[in-house]
Design a protein around this ligand. Structure first.
Ligand code: GRG
Length: 300
C-alpha cells in the first residue's frame, strides 16, 4: 500500500485528460450564458487558455476517491474553482497588481481586451462561479456548503488576505512565519478548498473531508514554494508568464527568505506530509499521491 504504481508519463496523460474534461465543462457552461458578446469572448479567452487545471482536477479526484466516480456536482464545483482561480490570474496580471503581459503562454487578458474589460472579465468569472454553484448543484444543502467553502477560501480571509499581505510585505524583511501566513492565505487555502469541495460533492464523511482538506493545504503551500523557486530558476517560455519578476518587485518569497536549498527541502517535506495524510485511503488515493509528487517535480 502507498507507493504509486504508474509511470510519470502515464500520470501526466491522466492529468491532461482530466484537464481537458474541465475545459469541456467550462466551454459548455459558458456557451449557455446570455451575456455581452465581447465579454463572452474575453471569458472564453481566459478560461480556455492552457492552464494546468490543478485545482479543478484535484476537486474531481477527491470526489472520485470518496464516491468511486466523478459526479455532476463535482464537475460544477471543479468549474467554479477554476473560474475563481482564473479571475485571480486576470486581476493579478493588471498593471496595478503584478503587471504581467503574459499568462498561460498567451498575452494577458488586459493586453488583448484592454484594462477595463479585463477588470470586468475577472468580476464576471468570480460572480459566475457562485451563480453556477447556486443553479447547477443538485441539492440545496450541498450547494450552500460548496458556496461557503469557496467564498471562505477566495475571500478576504483567504486569497484576498494573502494578496493584500503580499503587497504590504514588498520591500520588507519578512520572517518565515509571515511568509507562511501569506502563502497559506494566497495559495494553499484554494488548494484546500479544491480538495474539500470535491470531497463534499462526493458525499465524504467528516474524517475523509478533514484528511483531504489537510492534503490540499499541504500540497497548496508546497505548490507556492515551488512557484517561487520556478520564478528564480524557470524560463518565461516554459512558465508561460514572465520569470524573475519576484526579485525585481522585491517580493517576499521562500527563496528570498530561506534560500534555495531550504525552500526545496520544505517543498519536499510538505509533499511527503501530504502523501502521509492519504494513508487511510489505501491504493484508491494513488492519483493524489502521484499528484503530490508531480507538483513537486513540475517545471511549469
Ligand atoms: C481583486 C484586483 C484584484 C486582484 C486580485 C486575488 C488576486 C488578485 C490574486 C491572487 C493571488 C494569486 C494570483 C496567487 C498566485 C497563486 C498561483 C501560484 C497562481 C498560478 O497558478 P497555476 O500555476 O496557474 O496553477 P495555471 O495558469 O496553470 O492555472
Amino acid at each position: 500500500m502507498g507507493s504509486p504504481k504508474i509511470t510519470n508519463q502515464d500520470f501526466n496523460i491522466k492529468l491532461r485528460e482530466k484537464a481537458q474534461l474541465v475545459t469541456h465543462i467550462l466551454e459548455q457552461l459558458l456557451a449557455v450564458q446570455q451575456i455581452d458578446d465581447e465579454l463572452k469572448e474575453a471569458l472564453r479567452y481566459t478560461l480556455t487558455a492552457p492552464g494546468k487545471r490543478v485545482r479543478s482536477v484535484l476537486a474531481l479526484w477527491c470526489c472520485e476517491l470518496v464516491s468511486g466516480k466523478i459526479n455532476h456536482n463535482a464537475e460544477i464545483a471543479a468549474a467554479a474553482i477554476e473560474m475563481v482561480h482564473t479571475y485571480s490570474l486576470v486581476h493579478d496580471d493588471l498593471p496595478a497588481m503584478d503587471d504581467d503581459d503574459f499568462r498561460r503562454g498567451l498575452r494577458a487578458c488586459h493586453k488583448v481586451f484592454g484594462e477595463a474589460a479585463a477588470i470586468l472579465t475577472g468580476d464576471a468569472l468570480l460572480t459566475l462561479a457562485f451563480d453556477i454553484l447556486a443553479k447547477e448543484i443538485d441539492e440545496p444543502v450541498v450547494a450552500v456548503k460548496l458556496i461557503s467553502e469557496l467564498a471562505q477560501a477566495a475571500g478576504p480571509a483567504g486569497m484576498i488576505a494573502g494578496q493584500m499581505a503580499d503587497l504590504k510585505a514588498e520591500n520588507s524583511e519578512a520572517t518565515e512565519l509571515q511568509l507562511r501566513i501569506i502563502h497559506t492565505n494566497k495559495t494553499a487555502k484554494m488548494f484546500r478548498c479544491a480538495a474539500a469541495i470535491g470531497a463534499i460533492a462526493g458525499g465524504a464523511n467528516d474524517s475523509q473531508l478533514e484528511s483531504l482538506s489537510e492534503y490540499g493545504s499541504k500540497i497548496g503551500l508546497g505548490f507556492q514554494i515551488t512557484d517561487d523557486i520556478l520564478d528564480v530558476c524557470g524560463s518565461s517560455e516554459r512558465l508561460g508568464k514572465t520569470a524573475g519578476k519576484d526579485a525585481k518587485a522585491a517580493k517576499c518569497t521562500y527563496p528570498a527568505v530561506l534560500g534555495m536549498e531550504k525552500s526545496r527541502h520544505l517543498a519536499k517535506e510538505l509533499s511527503d506530509e501530504a502523501i502521509a495524510v492519504l494513508a487511510p485511503f489505501g491504493q484508491k488515493a494513488d492519483n493524489l499521491r502521484q499528484l503530490a509528487i508531480a507538483l513537486l517535480e513540475r517545471t511549469k
